[in-house]
Design a protein around this ligand. Structure first.
Ligand SMILES: Nc1ncnc2c1ncn2[C@@H]1O[C@H](COP(=O)(O)OP(=O)(O)OP(=O)(O)O)[C@@H](O)[C@H]1O
Ligand SMILES: [Mg+2]
Length: 410
């Protein structure tokens, strides 16, 4: 088999950093060939606060993935997250330039430029302009207008913005790890790429990625993204509640949470007990599993209450029959899907990354959704760029401009 192109993804999480290397074929299918993982620790609420520490952790993860794959990587698709992320829906309108009124790739670029025009303070930066549909002379639902005839081209798009400083710190970290940023990608957009089915995106569904320090939300309908936001709360808050409630060190609380924890009291028996080492190593106590759940449930409920508020803010309440898909390490908590269904009054399932070859089984679990989604996104980009090259048009659009923006700083 001829060797395909190589794509690498880098998920800089609050708990762990994951580097994934994939080999991509012309259709955008990919095999996972390298995985590297390191403990994080240099982030707070999804934002990098310790550059050097994070850069070294990135290096460790990348070296491990390189060793496994036998490939050296120079550039990576990097996930971005944090409560500073916001989304906004906008429209752009242009007159088709050509005399014969055939829409050219340049017209599409111009209309996307028009959609980018939003009031933006200097501390914010656009990271994605995602076209939802094009409208040609009033006819909507157009996916690819190039080659069509018309005099008025409109686009409806969702614009994703992020804090410039947070983006620059992410870039600095990646650069200190001697890598280039291929593109910055919104974390929940990547996770959705890995765990949402197309049918769910069409019907209307919400991706909820519960990480260590953040919970990321992305709402899809009619096949596209409509809304995204990031909450500064995650699985680590459940751990610290347990540590306080049981008077045990954080590391012990984390272990107990993973081995015995459950966020739904009604699922736990009254008569089962576990041993809990106390802070300072002074002896052990026992606690019932029901009590564990009683400590954990309120925090999980808080997460879903905030998710519910975000769905309300997006104006999609009652319009998401595809339900909720959970990913991230927090989705591994026992009882999470059941509690979510109860609280949100929607169907909830746990999302597992699928459809990968090679070493894909190693990353086929919810905490890897973002990393898998980043290589899936990169693979799609590559396939698209190749298809575009054969159709003789350039890709001088947003991400090209974004790279120019980066160059201004480095
Ligand atoms: N098997 C498990 N059972 C319960 N909780 C788990 C399990 N595995 C991981 N977690 C929890 O998931 C959280 C980490 O999730 P994840 O690895 O997705 O975070 P991250 O991507 O590094 O962080 P963030 O997305 O917030 O930047 C931690 O709170 C951890 O305790
Ligand atoms: Mg994460």
């Amino acid at each position: 088999m001829p060797k395909g192109d190589i794509v690498a993804g880098l998920d800089i999480g609050a708990s762990k950093i994951v580097a994934l290397i994939a080999e991509v074929d012309a259709e955008g299918r990919f095999d996972i060939i390298g995985l590297g993982e390191s403990l994080s620790g240099g982030l707070r609420k999804g934002v990098i606060i310790d550059l050097e520490h994070t850069a070294r952790a990135i290096e460790r993860a990348v070296e491990q993935a390189e060793r496994m794959s036998g490939e050296e990587i120079r550039s990576v698709y990097v996930g971005v997250t944090g409560p500073h992320i916001a989304s906004l829906n906008n429209r752009g309108v242009v007159a088709v330039a050509n005399e014969d009124k055939e829409i050219q790739p340049e017209d599409v670029e111009r209309v996307l430029q028009a959609a980018r025009v939003i009031p933006l303070t200097a501390d914010k930066q656009i990271i994605h302009v995602l076209p939802r549909q094009y409208i040609v002379d009033g006819y909507d639902g157009v996916v690819d207008p190039v080659g069509m005839t018309g005099s008025r081209l409109e686009v409806e798009a969702v614009i994703i913005t992020a804090a410039s400083a947070a983006l620059l710190n992410t870039l600095k970290c990646v650069q200190r790890a001697r890598l280039q940023v291929e593109e910055l990608v919104l974390n929940p957009l990547a996770s959705a790429e890995a765990v949402l089915h197309q049918a769910e995106k069409e019907l209307g569904a919400v991706l909820v990625d519960i990480g260590g320090g953040t919970t990321e939300i992305a709402i899809f309908a009619q096949g596209s993204l409509w809304f995204t936001s990031v909450l500064p709360i995650g699985g680590d808050h459940v751990t610290s509640d347990l540590a306080v409630g049981l008077r045990t060190p954080i590391a012990q609380a984390e272990k107990i949470k993973k081995e015995h924890g459950c966020v739904l009291m009604s699922l736990m028996p009254d008569n089962e007990f576990i041993e809990v080492p106390s802070v300072g190593g002074g002896g052990k106590g026992t606690v019932s599993k029901k009590t564990l759940a009683a400590i954990m449930q309120p925090r999980a409920e808080e997460i879903f209450t905030l998710v519910k508020q975000e769905i309300k803010r997006s104006a999609f309440t009652g319009l998401l029959p595809g339900g909720v898909i959970l990913s991230g390490g927090g989705a591994m908590l026992a009882g999470m899907a059941e509690l979510g269904a109860e609280q949100l009054q929607m169907p909830v399932r746990v999302g597992f990354p699928a459809r990968m070859g090679g070493l894909g089984d190693m990353v086929a679990s919810p905490p890897y959704a973002t990393a898998v989604g980043l290589v899936a996104y990169g693979a799609r980009r590559l396939a698209y760029a190749q298809a575009a090259a054969t159709r003789h048009f350039s890709l001088g659009n947003l991400w090209q401009r974004f790279r120019e923006w980066l160059r201004e700083f480095f």
